[in-house]
Design a protein around this ligand. Structure first.
Ligand SMILES: NC(=O)C1=CN([C@@H]2O[C@H](COP(=O)(O)OP(=O)(O)OC[C@H]3O[C@@H](n4cnc5c(N)ncnc54)[C@H](OP(=O)(O)O)[C@@H]3O)[C@@H](O)[C@H]2O)C=CC1
Ligand SMILES: O=C(O)[C@H](O)CS(=O)(=O)O
Length: 489
């Protein structure tokens, strides 16, 4: 295995440290977290394992940096975010290599994520210059009512491994544009993308203390963030289970909270759909990041009159288009799952479905490459009592559920605790409006399987979370509304 300094053209992008108050630091205890390549099991690097004491220092640094940062003009903050954006794109190849090595996604997807991640910095640089207030006609002639927006303050962020750069910039870009400062705890499996982002933020001139990265003990760091009165906002992306815990912890100091949690996306194909377009969308919505995104399709709901044709076309596309392997290899588009637990979960969902009557149409087992690789799998005649119907698979398993009519399809689609992303294909415009309005989800892809975009409000309802990221709504999560009542005497 080549060392990172032989792979990276900018070797300083490998930052095996935490970043607090503009300094690169080790853990007080000297403890470290090994970073392992999920494709090979080899160690590629390490970061310090920080705990409560270091996190409190990071919070203090963010608190100390807040007055000067919020006092900067929106334009000054935007200029720094745009410099950071430029540096991300300038170093896109290195950042993608780092991401593929620590997360496993194919290099082309990693390059795409860097573009996607950088787009949040540009989007919020521009949005930050349009934080408008308002005046309201007062009830008394000698009074004036003004509404202003101000930054929430110090933010605590915890991010997942599946989008190691985009889930950070989607939060940090908005927070900094709003005038907030932030402490980020990245996922322990993918910390190097986070520290590389901090290195580029420092190069861009983001002042010390504004953006801090604390890899380490999730529970200790989260407890420090949620029990500090200096932290006014918690933003989290990850599992619903952890999101519920953080929501409870944030209650002590009534911290604002945004939660981007799990999903169980339905992908409905009506008989009036363009079937070839639906299969193309299905491939995108299911197999992005080897199925490891919370907006990946978990259930294909297909009208019985076209289900055989859909399954045949989807199986053919899976066979001809999907190539499993190490993400650094050119022709690979399905990398490894993040770890053995990921493989176990997919295997469990497949076996459970087959035991309960599903038909195995393709794959159904770990890949011959072994390790964390899993064969893209298609099962037919899935039904509601199966685990895949109610749990998030987070892997390359396509489960097809039959339905007869629109009303049944909507009932099936909404029969989950989740409500993040949903998709459907139809060419009937009246049906498009009926189904869009009936689906209990934060996001609906209509005749498309790809919905991620910095300009759109990303987020869910029910157990998929609270709040939105991206769009102008994403900025509101880091702003407080202040009402001024002015008596002119
Ligand atoms: N809605 C969305 O936008 C997204 C949702 N997800 C969901 O997240 C799950 C997969 O991601 P995964 O990273 O495994 O999710 P986890 O919730 O396990 O981890 C997410 C982050 O939370 C941290 N964490 C773990 N336990 C705790 C705790 N007790 N207190 C505070 N923080 C904790 C992790 O740290 P550490 O790594 O150190 O354990 C990591 O940084 C799936 O359910 C997926 O759907 C994922 C991405 C986006
Ligand atoms: O932006 C996206 O596509 C999603 O955030 C992917 S995930 O990280 O939420 O799963």
């Amino acid at each position: 295995m080549e060392a990172l300094n032989e792979i990276l053209s900018e070797t300083q992008l490998y930052c095996p440290f935490a970043y607090i108050d503009g300094s690169w630091v080790a853990a007080d205890s000297g403890a470290q977290i090994d970073v392992v390549n999920p494709a090979t099991g080899e160690k590629i690097g390490d970061v310090p394992r920080l705990g409560k004491a270091e996190t409190l220092r990071a919070i203090d640094a963010a608190d100390a940096a807040l007055p000067a940062w919020r006092a900067q003009t929106a334009q000054e903050r935007a200029d720094l975010l745009l410099k950071w954006y430029d540096l991300m794109l300038e170093h896109q190849e290195d950042l993608a290599q780092l991401m593929t090595l620590e997360q496993g996604k194919p290099l082309k997807e990693a390059q795409g994520e860097i573009t996607y991640a950088a787009s949040f910095l540009r989007w919020f640089a521009e949005e930050g210059r349009r934080i408008y207030g308002e005046t309201i006609p007062a009830a008394k002639s000698n009074q004036r009512i003004v509404v202003t927006k101000q930054p929430v303050g110090v933010v605590g962020a915890i991010t997942p491994w599946n989008f190691p750069a985009a889930m950070i910039t989607r939060k940090v870009g908005a927070a900094l544009a709003a005038g907030c400062t932030i402490v980020v705890k990245p996922a322990s499996q993918t910390p190097l993308s986070a520290t590389a982002l901090a290195y580029l933020a420092e190069r861009a001139g983001i002042p010390r203390g504004v953006f801090n990265v604390v890899p380490g003990s999730a529970s200790e760091i989260a407890k420090a963030l949620t029990t500090s009165p200096k932290v006014r906002k918690i933003t989290f992306t990850g599992s619903t289970e952890v999101g519920r815990q953080l929501m409870a912890q944030a209650a002590e100091h009534v911290q604002k909270i945004s939660l981007e949690l799990g999903g169980n996306a339905p992908f409905i194909v009506f008989e009036d759909a363009d079937l070839d377009a639906a299969v193309e969308g299905a491939m995108a919505a299911k197999f992005r990041n080897a199925g490891q995104t919370c907006i990946c399709t978990n259930r294909f709901l297909v009208q019985t009159s076209i289900i055989n044709a859909f399954c045949e076309k989807l199986a053919a596309a899976m066979n001809s288009e999907l190539n499993v392997g190490n993400g650094v290899e050119d022709n690979v588009n399905i990398g490894p799952l993040i770890d053995e637990d990921g493989v176990k979960k997919v295997s469990e969902h497949v076996q459970d479905a087959v035991d309960k009557g599903a038909e195995l149409l393709l794959g159904g087992h770990p890949h011959p490459l072994g390790g964390n690789f899993f064969t893209p799998t298609l099962i037919g005649f899935a039904s509601a009592e199966m685990k895949v119907a109610h749990e998030e698979t987070f892997g390359p398993l396509a489960a097809v559920f039959p339905f007869d009519d629109e009303e049944t399809a909507i009932e099936m689609a909404n029969d989950t605790q989740y409500g993040l992303a949903s998709y459907f294909y139809s060419r009937d415009m009246a049906r498009v409006w009926r189904v869009s309005e009936a689906l209990e989800y934060g996001m609906v892809g209509i005749n498309t399987g790809l919905i991620s975009n910095a300009a759109a409000p990303f987020g869910g309802v029910k157990a998929s979370g609270l709040g939105r990221e991206g769009g102008h709504q994403g900025l509101d999560e880091f702003l407080e509304t202040k009402y001024l009542c002015i008596d002119l005497g």
